[in-house]
Design a protein around this ligand. Sequence first.
Ligand SMILES: Cc1ncc(C[n+]2csc(CCOP(=O)(O)OP(=O)(O)O)c2C)c(N)n1
Length: 486
Amino acid sequence: MTCVMSAFSHPTACSSSAEIMSVLFFYTMRYKQLEPENPDNDRFVVSKRLSIVDVATGWLGQGLGVACGMAYTGKYFDTASYRVFCLLGDSESLEGSVWEALAFASHYSLDNLVAIFDVNRLGHGGSLPPEHSIDICQKRCEAFGWNTYVVDGRDVEVLCQVFWQAAQVKKKPTAVIAKTFKGRGVPSKPAFPFLPAVVTDARLQDVATRKACGLALARLGHINDRVVVLDGDTKNSTFSEIFKKEHPERFIECFIAEQNMVSVALGCATHGRTIAFASTFAAFLTRAFDQIRMGTMSQANINLVGSHCGVSVGEDGPSQMALEDLAMFRAVPHCTIFYPSDAVSTEHAVFLAADTKVIRQSASDKVTVIGAGITLPEALAAADDLSKQDISIRVIDPFTVKPLDAATIIASAKATGGRIITVEDHYPEGGIGEAVCAAVSMEPDILVHQLAVSGVPRSGQPSELLDVFGISARHIVVAVKCILMN
Ligand SMILES: Cc1ncc(C[n+]2csc(CCOP(=O)(O)OP(=O)(O)O)c2C)c(N)n1
């Protein structure tokens, strides 16, 4: 499934930490603005967003671990005086990796490390339990052996003081637990309009695949009362909130803790007690690969729904783009991978239909183009364009990447001179192209040409990114012509 969400929670999140950032950058931190690479600079990691220095984050729960590595290096390898500051969100702090980092930091007495918990009470899809859980956060940090301060995150003087005091504390890392408010100072009717959710995959039908998925899950919930849905604080993006509205007693909010979410889903599905669907952005499922792997060994039967695939995620940026998910799931034994390209096929996928569809064909087709998800409409647009130039191509939507309908693919390839082009919004390794290559490997007269995302992307307009990475209709047209010339 592929779509673009405007990052609506992010500007409000910035507002909650405005004073903290100002104090750090304009008072506490030793940081030469014009020399970001200066080794004497204090380090800063924004765990909850793309970092402005040193490391890419944005994928929540990893920043504190990275900050631990910086602090360890500073203290034990460099024996330098620089300090490391890491800003975390309160919802993010539910990731298990944050607690692993807390244990690491106190075990190694990283007194050059300060973690600032921006407790603004809200995550992505609503408020955390319990609201403003300052005491709980403090007790947890103390239990892990950290020095702690609880502060009003808007009080600049107090912030200056505690960051200074933290520098005097030896042998313990410091946690500053700041009570803040998300969206503070932002008018309820913004002066500039936030972009509404832009759905890029609505070309075949007016409903986004992720919305179709939410609607289908809700319908399924009415048909079968064993259906349960879990989500990791993304329900308003994955649309599992539609299921929640209709079946609140069978919805489990797992918060930002994807590994645990998959484990809980596995537990719910044991003994066939429930039919569990766990949803989040596809990129975040990669985090739970170990749980998925072990689930296979337990022969568990769960359904994982990953939204926001590929570079066509657009402005949300590379940390949110799933480009390895197919490779990961293709490696999982006994796993069926659906790659629906429109709302109708998404609904079928949810209802566990498995089928390969030849979307467009004629007796004079010269090349078979295999697209899935966002690249299927690109393939169809290329077919339209080429037909104006009297070149007809066959377009296949595999729908399930695993199992792949090899018979249909081979038959189509043979009918089109043995020429196949695969187009995917995924890295080439482990994706559809490789799956097709494996499927036709015993056929000497079939040649597969692969179009895929070849480098680490940046944030951008979905259509621009499809073009930059060579998987847009324009590139398919060029590839078809090249193949026909050779
Ligand atoms: C591993 C991971 N899971 C889910 C998301 C999607 N997501 C982006 S922001 C957000 C809410 C973050 O809330 P919090 O940590 O409290 O930070 P705040 O935005 O409130 O500052 C979520 C769930 C993500 N970026 N990374």
